[in-house]
Design a protein around this ligand. Sequence first.
Ligand code: ADP
Ligand code: MG
Length: 424
Amino acid sequence: MTAKILVVDDEVSLERLIKQRFRKKIRENKLEFIFAYNGREALEKLATESPIAVILTDINMPEMDGLTLLEKLAEFSETLTLKTIVVSAYGDLQNIRTAMNRGAFDFLTKPIDFDDLEITLNRTLEYVQKMKENLHKLHQAQSQLVQNEKMILIGQLIAGVAHEINNPVGFIVGNINHLENYLKDLLKVLNLYQTELSKPSEALQKQLEETELEFMVEDLHNIIASMKEGTERIRSISTSLRNFSRSDTDKKVAANIQDGIESTIMILKHRLKANNQRPEISIIKEYGELPLLECYPGQLNQVFMNIIANAIDALDESNQGRSYEQIKAHPNVITVKTELGLPPNRVVIRISDNGPGIPESVKQNIFNPFFTTKSLGKGTGLGLSISRSIVVEKHGGAIDCISKPEGGTEFIIEIPINTNAGGG
Ligand SMILES: Nc1ncnc2c1ncn2[C@@H]1O[C@H](COP(=O)(O)OP(=O)(O)O)[C@@H](O)[C@H]1O
Ligand SMILES: [Mg+2]
């Protein structure tokens, strides 16, 4: 990357001298110098040029001097990653003091010693570079923090809603059985009436015909069966939601990984279902026999969620331009496989899809925070970086990605079974 340096001096000859001295670095695109002849012009350049790393400024200049320029610089938001070197007459301590007090990073004296200039410039550029890196890291950490906080909040919300749903569903489940028994009794009574009352009145006869009693009796059984199934489904969704959003930020607990995966798939069901563009995305499960795992289950669920959601995104993308029939002939498949790693001291979870795969150039970046190939609003680029930190830092495990040459992607997660690694 080219570092841009703004030189502010009313002495025109300086431009030639600097270009001469730094010609090699300029040719190699390591440095780029731009020039202004007073403070006012410097401010104009700052507003129009792409980020300037260092300003080298004289003090005495027409229109706006270097000290006033320093004062104005404080108003620029870029000043955090922009440093100023002041050039002053030899022995002009007063101005140097003022310049330093106004935020100058360093100073040089006239006539400029070009060796000294090079050393000072390099040191300042290094400092600016470090500063930029730190700022970037801070920004990343902040976003991850916000994201984690958000996930915890959403988790609590989901757990709360699931709990609220459970009570009313409980009424229904409990009462359906009573309802069924009452109905059976009622029907028995009705049957008896029918046999004993061999000659019903005309009005009763009419009513019986209108009610289509036989059909109704038959249908009642279906209705009750489907109500039972419906409530069962609500129950299992609510269990999944609670399971998925387990809050476990402080200590590890023994958990069944398979339950977590099942809950995650249940929650993603609406995205897997058939729609008018494509048939259902099928999920093949190959669960191995696994021991309970000491882990943060809620966080691992977040990892499964991120990876399976990415697979769905990738499949949907690969479906673009294919007809429903074409997709049906080569259906979208996600495979989830769990097994014990050999020697059996780790659990291995493989999640693969038969989507487009990941080009090598993209693959290098997928675990970096904010890296996304998706459009704004669709991707945050945080899914995999958060997943990696959960797997590696929180669980002492490993996460890797294989993009297969024949297309398709596989994510492999390994979690050690007996580990005190990671934590907090
Ligand atoms: N199964 C996959 N198939 C193809 N590309 C994938 C797959 N999973 C992840 N990627 C790539 O990795 C990138 C980063 O993923 P992620 O960190 O979850 O962020 P996001 O999903 O918000 O883009 C995605 O933008 C995509 O390019
Ligand atoms: Mg994602």
